[in-house]
Ligand binder design. Structure first.
Ligand code: PLP
Length: 271
């Protein structure tokens, strides 16, 4: 296909949900991208945090090729050895927990919201989230997101979210009610402008959650998998979450999401 055919094809066949730069890349290796004219670029924008190990890492490619040659899909009603291997590895690097796998970050956030509601047993369901946060584009995750520009046009949103200023302990305390069940945050807000959570703020969120029997949910979709110097960003803070959401670089480019739930909480909640 020529460049014009591709641009016109987008006009004719692809719903316009994103603004796009007029670039067409056809190959990637490490941090290099090659465009349709053969021009080489250095990729300083690793797909919103998807390509932590670079483009087409040999280990990712051989793992994918190997598995695709054996078995591509098996439903969740059956067992699969690779699922256990991946869950065990994630748990080994993070905290004692049980893992739910899905296809994207936004789905993993939905899973966190649903698990949290199950934990609240219909009596508590409010989740405190933060201004300038981003948790995804499906309706639940969008309702949790603290940026109107993503929400405009999609009202009414899901109820049960209190969105307060980031790094503001007093604002969180004022938002607490007898319906509160969780606090959800990114330790570094990615889409919101690379805003870093203050250590004292994170420690206080953990303390409040422990005191009031709330769940601390960390959205590590962008910060996870080695993005901040530690395998997971929570390790920089010395604070372990109750729930953690992963996606993006977990799949090295393949669509995957994961929700981790602290083991003792998972074992006493029927979700
Ligand atoms: C912090 C955070 N959470 C959730 C999501 C949603 O992930 P996905 O795009 O895989 O649905 C994103 C996406 O950018 C994100 O940055």
């Amino acid at each position: 296909m020529t460049k014009n055919e591709i641009f016109e094809g987008y006009n004719d066949y692809i719903l316009s949900t994103y603004t796009r730069l007029p670039a067409i890349f056809v190959k990637g290796k490490g941090m290099n991208l090659i465009d349709i004219d053969g021009k080489k670029y250095l990729d300083f924008f690793p797909g919103w945090g998807v390509s932590n190990v670079g483009h087409c890492h040999p280990k990712v490619m051989s793992g994918v090729r190997d598995q695709i040659g054996k078995l591509i899909h098996i439903p969740n009603n059956l067992y699969h050895p690779q699922q256990v291997k991946l869950a065990r590895e994630i748990v080994r690097w993070s905290f004692p927990s049980k893992v739910f796998f899905c296809n994207s970050g936004t789905e993993a956030v939905e899973a966190a919201i649903k698990f949290t509601r199950a934990f609240g047993q219909g009596k508590r369901y409010e989740i405190i989230t933060f201004e300038n946060s981003f948790h995804g584009r499906t309706l639940g995750a969008l309702s949790a997101t603290g940026q109107k520009k993503y929400q405009n046009g999609f009202y009414p949103l899901l109820e049960g979210f209190k969105i307060v200023p980031f790094n503001n302990i007093e604002a969180v305390k004022s938002a607490l009610t007898d319906k509160t069940i969780a606090i959800m945050l990114e330790l570094v807000q990615g889409e919101g402008g690379v805003n870093v959570a203050k250590p004292e703020f994170v420690k206080e969120m953990k303390r409040i959650c422990a005191e009031k029997n709330l769940l601390l949910i960390l959205d590590e979709v962008q910060t996870g998998l080695g993005r901040t110097g530690e395998m997971f960003c929570f390790k920089n803070y010395g604070v372990t979450p109750d729930l953690m959401v992963l996606a993006k670089s977990l799949g090295g480019g393949l669509p995957i999401g994961a929700l981790l739930v602290k083991k003792e909480i998972a074992e006493r909640t029927s979700a």
